[in-house]
Structure formats: C-alpha cells, structure tokens
Design a protein around this ligand. Structure first.
Ligand SMILES: NC(=O)c1ccc[n+]([C@@H]2O[C@H](COP(=O)([O-])OP(=O)(O)OC[C@H]3O[C@@H](n4cnc5c(N)ncnc54)[C@H](OP(=O)(O)O)[C@@H]3O)[C@@H](O)[C@H]2O)c1
Length: 347
C-alpha cells in the first residue's frame, strides 16, 4: 500500500517521516507550494514531490490530506479519485463528511487523528519517541478502519474509534491539553515578566514544575497530583494573587479567576469546608467583573447569611439538593450555601 500526502506542513511532514520510519512506503507528496513538497520528499527515499494534488493522489493507494482543516473539503472536491482508493484526513474535529466529494466518486474515506503535537518533528528519529503511546482517533469502516488501526499500532500508538458526532468534543479535549496548555504557560511567563524577569528566566523556572506536574497527573491522576493554595484551603493567598494580577495583568487575573472556579469542585472533594467555600466565593465575586452587581459581595453576603449555616430544605426556589457527585459539578453552578459537609463527600 503506497501512501501519499497532500499538504507538507507540520503534521504532514511529521506523519510521513514517522510512517516511513515504521516501514510504510511513502511514495508521493504535493503541497500548495512545490518547495514544501520537495523539502519533505528530500527526507524520504523513494518519495516523489508532485506539483499538484491530482498527481500525488494518482501515485498513491492511500492519500492523507494534511492541509489546514478549512481546506480539506476543497482538496477532496478538486481531485478525481479512483474507485476503492483510500482518502483520509487528520483533523480531530471533522468527521468523514469533509471527504464526501471523494466518497461520492467511490473512494473509501476516513479520519485519523493523532492526539499529539507534531511541532518540531522534522527528523525521522524524533518521531519515534514522540508517537510512542499516542492515541489515534480513527473514524472509518471496513478494511480502511482495520488498516488505519494497524498504522497506529505500527507507529507505537493505540487506536480508538470515535464516532463522527463525538469528534468535536474529543478534539476540544486535545486543544485543552495541548494548545491551551501553552496559553496557560504563556500567561505564567507574562506574570514573571510583569515581575521584572525575562522570558528565559521564566521558562527556566516554569519548565521543571510544569514537567513534574504533568508526570504526577499522568501517574497519580488529577486528584492526587494536584497542589496549590486552593487545595490547602488558603483562600487568603488566592485573594493576594487576584489583587496582584488585577494590578499588573488584568487579562491573566480573569483567566486565574475562571480556573479557580473550575478548580472548586476538586478543592471541595479534597476537604474545603463551607467556611472556605464561602470565603472563596466572596473573593471571586469581588474580582469577577462579569457578575452583575447584585452578586457582588454586599448583596451576596445577605443571601449567604441566610443559608450558609443551615442545611437547605429544598423547598425554596432553586434549592435542589447539591449533586451528590461533586466530581462532575460545574463550578459555575455550584452554590456554596448548598454545600453542608463536603468532607463527608470525599471519595
Ligand atoms: N500540527 C499538529 O500538531 C497537528 C496534530 C494533529 C492533527 N493535526 C491536523 O493536521 C492537519 C494539518 O495541520 P498542520 O498543523 O500540519 O498545518 P500546517 O502546518 O499549516 O500545514 C498545512 C500544509 O498544507 C499546505 N496547504 C495549504 N493549503 C493547501 C492547498 N490548498 N493544497 C495543498 N496544500 C495546502 C500548506 O502548504 P505550503 O507549505 O505548501 O504553503 C502547509 O504546508 C490539520 O487537519 C490539523 O487539524 C495537526
């Protein structure tokens, strides 16, 4: 089975090199600019760069369309496909509908998304470690599905089947754990810079703790891998952070506030009691410019005063019992006054 690529960018290059390294024949490549195709072909013996997607497709049995997501459908529609030819894209959020034009010509279509970043993968040797243990989301049928699962296996990864409708949800998780992880670290760098340090100083400081945290979460899970003031119940420290960030980096203060809200259910599981929750909610309300004034501390306090010490009866409007599974509670919907004894809910 000869493999071809249309789109010699970050993923196309890394995946082609990885498949070549795994012993799969990569025979053709094209890209928007011929020089990109040639740069990839130069790294793989036997791979021919072509000026058009049509020519690259004709020279392959399975074609990976590795263009930006927004172009996949256009490329699929511009090429004349052979009956029975395999056509696959690597976008996480799209399903096979993006390849409808190829399917209507008799091609078999699929999606093959590696849950991994390919940034910096431009040498064959680098691909081996990067793809080991990686999850590949496969959406395909019949022989193509089996073949794509076999490819995942040969790359040292593992395949999971993802239905078409679940792909956007699945891919949101990929973005949270990769692209937005970078956003978070970039924010941490900016805060270091606001304290007068360089980006290099910041990265030297952040990299060890970020690496150790990822390793802890991977081996212990979020619950046992987490540390920080919120999980110790140090609400005063959270307040000091918000004060400092609001002065120096208001954009990061908003991010910090949202993350604190999202972290609240886990803090509750880990034993944050009603007093801590109440103090935290007051702090968040004070710094949250998205909340209407009615929810700012003054009015909030009178509401909380009525209910914080008293278990809710369930009779008053909106006073349903707090969901017993706080693990899945949406912090935006958690009313701290409903939480009576979080300690009793610890797993
Ligand atoms: N990057 C990742 O880590 C990663 C991870 C998982 C999945 N993916 C998926 O992989 C796909 C490619 O992403 P990427 O990050 O590799 O993007 P990228 O680095 O921007 O590369 C896209 C390549 O497609 C080429 N291209 C653009 N328009 C084209 C067209 N009309 N015809 C032919 N080639 C065209 C570009 O050409 P020129 O260079 O010739 O100008 C570029 O080299 C996307 O579907 C993405 O969701 C990416």
């Amino acid at each position: 089975m000869v493999l071809g690529f249309v789109g010699a960018g970050t993923l196309g290059t890394g995946l082609a090199l990885a498949l070549h390294q795994a012993g799969c024949p990569v025979g053709s490549v094209s890209s928007r600019r011929f020089q990109s195709a040639r740069a990839l072909a130069d790294k793989i013996p036997g791979c021919v760069p072509f000026p058009t997607a049509q020519e690259a497709a004709e020279a392959a049995d399975l074609v990976f369309i590795t263009t930006p997501d927004s172009v996949i459908e256009t490329v699929a529609g511009d090429v004349r496909w052979r009956h029975g030819q395999y056509v696959v894209h690597c976008c996480g959020a799209l399903g096979r509908e993006a390849l409808q034009a190829a399917e209507s010509q008799g091609a078999e279509t699929g999606a093959f998304h590696p849950f991994q970043t390919f940034a910096g993968l431009d040498e064959p040797a680098l691909t081996v470690n990067r793809l080991a243990g990686v999850t590949f989301a496969v959406s395909a049928e019949g022989r193509l599905e089996s073949f794509l699962k076999e490819l995942a296996d040969r790359l040292g990864g593992r395949a999971v089947s993802i239905t078409e409708e679940l792909r956007p949800l699945y891919h949101a998780s990929a973005v949270l754990s990769c692209g937005y992880l970078v956003t978070l670290l970039e924010a941490a760098v900016q805060v270091w810079q606001a304290a007068g340090f360089t980006e290099e100083d910041a990265l030297n400081a952040l990299a060890p703790v970020a690496r150790a945290t990822l390793e802890n979460v991977a081996s212990l899970g979020p619950r046992d891998g987490v540390t920080g003031p919120l999980y110790r119940g140090d609400v005063v420290t959270v307040r000091r952070h918000l004060e400092a960030l609001s002065r120096s980096r208001p954009d990061v203060a908003r991010l910090y506030l949202s993350l604190t809200e999202k972290a609240l259910p886990l803090a509750m599981q880990l034993g944050m009691g009603p007093d801590g929750i109440e103090a935290l909610e007051r702090t968040l309300a004070e710094f949250d410019d998205r909340r209407p004034d009615t929810q700012r501390p003054g009015s909030w306090q009178s509401d909380a005063h009525q209910s914080s010490a008293v278990p809710p009866s369930g009779d008053e409007p909106g006073a349903g019992p707090l969901d017993a599974d706080l693990t899945n509670a949406d912090p935006a919907n958690v009313d701290p006054s409903r939480v009576v004894q979080p300690e009793a809910r610890r797993l």
